[in-house]
Design a protein around this ligand. Structure first.
Ligand SMILES: C[S@@+](CC[C@H](N)C(=O)[O-])C[C@H]1O[C@@H](n2cnc3c(N)ncnc32)[C@H](O)[C@@H]1O
Length: 428
């Protein structure tokens, strides 16, 4: 008995510490989210973890892995749950659909909608729904509806929803998620855009969605019909240098066969960022403006010769016919900043490097510190002429929708879209 009391006291202390930290960092901004996160006993939804592990501000608790050892289900990290709940703007009386059921986030949602609201959570995995239903009941949230289904169809039986909050990585936006929203409903979704995952809060406007907030995040990928694999181009025919494409390989990958033989063109942009400064926006900007955008990783244990990025796991890169280039930082002399540069390979490498360096400089001059990209989603098949963001923006075609990215310049941008954080410390 004594032990139980001290455990729950310890849990309450740890929970308050996490919430205080999230408030201080500005991840929690509303009293409602603060109250929900102070109240719901997070550790009861992660009984397999120690109290200390359950209350790590930036760490998820993995609850299921597949046969390859990859996480397929988890209780998300408090930091991500906090800012996504803020993005969702859930108010008392709302009807909410959560996609992906850990139990905990549904309990937060139940606190936020109150007695007059409704929470439905859906998961594709029967082990996950069984677990979530059990833990929700044990933690006194028996009214949360737990549904076993593939969420690409939404849950029509309880629609429309004021908020649909997706807690699994999605590449596409299935039509059901838009249709099952109320007319001005909100969709929060960890969306993969050209290989970059961002939690985007969208407002519905008739048949389109328009972003109000964009935050970096990391989620396990969607399973079932909504799953989408990236494609890899192995530049040397082995894993040594791999280029990951999210929306299809270049038309003629074999043109790159001789590129790594060199020579390497190199140019430096004069654009610097402080160590630890968010570079999330730079990534999104380059993903928008560079044709042939991809993510490069190189074998961390090998000397990959003239292909020598600072960050071996993740570098922004692009392919243009027989040329490929990547963006890489170097430390300034005082070691307080990174300067961004471009390494390029192929017959027109020097020109290609200059084009990319020009984009980095444009970001620095016109968009740095601004509100970030405006992301809009249109049904697949919408003609270019009906998309006001075009020309000027980039359109990315998915199976079910057309995602557009456009960048108001810092000088002209109104609005307060919230964009964060991938730091230069990571050198990406
Ligand atoms: C990160 S977990 C959800 C976290 C959770 N909401 C929480 O409370 O922290 C992601 C979940 O999405 C589920 N999932 C994956 N693909 C799905 C699909 N097509 N439909 C429904 N659920 C899916 C997985 O089974 C997994 O349980």
């Amino acid at each position: 008995m004594t032990e139980v009391t001290s455990d729950s006291e310890r849990a309450a202390q740890l929970r308050d510490k996490v919430v205080d930290e999230l408030l201080e960092r500005g991840e929690i901004v509303s009293r409602e989210v603060e109250a929900a996160m102070r109240k719901v006993e997070r550790h009861k939804f992660a009984p397999e973890a120690s109290l200390e592990d359950a209350y790590q501000t930036f760490n998820a608790v993995v609850t299921k892995r597949n046969e390859r050892g990859n996480a397929v289900s988890s209780v998300s990290a408090p930091q991500i749950q906090a800012f996504m709940l803020e993005q969702a703007g859930v108010r008392p009386g709302m009807r909410v659909l959560e996609v992906g059921s850990g139990g905990l986030n549904a309990a937060y949602l139940a606190e936020l909608v109150g007695d007059a609201g409704e929470v439905t959570t859906v998961d594709i995995d029967p082990e996950v729904t069984e677990r979530a239903a059990r833990l929700l009941a044990e933690a006194s949230y028996p009214d949360v509806r737990v549904v076993l289904a593939d969420a690409t169809e939404g849950v029509a039986a309880h629609a429309p929803y004021d908020v649909i909050m997706v807690t699994v990585g999605a590449w596409d936006i299935p039509p059901a998620w838009v249709k099952q929203l109320t007319e001005d409903g909100r969709l929060v979704v960890p969306l993969r855009i050209r290989g970059l995952q961002r939690s985007v809060a969208f407002q519905r406007e008739a048949d389109r969605l328009v972003s109000t907030s964009v935050r970096i995040c990391g989620f396990v990928p969607m399973q079932g019909p909504g799953a989408h694999d990236s494609q890899f181009l192995l530049v040397t025919g082995t894993d040594e240098i791999a280029l990951r494409f999210d929306d299809g390989l270049p038309a003629e990958p074999s043109l790159l066969d001789n590129a790594v033989r060199g020579p390497r063109a190199e140019t430096w942009t004069g654009v610097t960022v402080k160590r630890g400064e968010p570079i999330d926006m730079l990534q999104m900007y380059m993903a928008t403006v560079m044709s042939g955008f991809c993510i490069m990783s190189v074998d961390k244990d090998l000397d990959t010769g003239i292909v020598a990025p600072w960050n071996k796991r993740f570098s922004m890169a692009a392919v243009d016919g027989p040329n490929f280039a990547y963006i890489t930082p170097r430390l300034t002399e005082d070691e307080q900043f990174f300067e961004y540069g471009v390494h390029a390979l192929g017959p027109d490498g020097a020109d290609f490097a200059e084009v990319i360096a020009g984009h980095v400089r444009t970001w620095d001059r016109e968009h740095r510190g601004g509100p970030g990209p405006r992301i809009a989603v249109y049904p697949a098949g919408t003609p270019d002429g009906r998309i006001p963001e075009l020309p000027g923006g980039r359109v990315i075609d998915k199976d079910h929708c057309r995602v557009t990215l456009s960048w108001p310049s810092t000088a002209t941008a109104a609005g307060d879209q919230d964009v964060q954080y991938h730091t230069a410390e990571q050198g990406e």
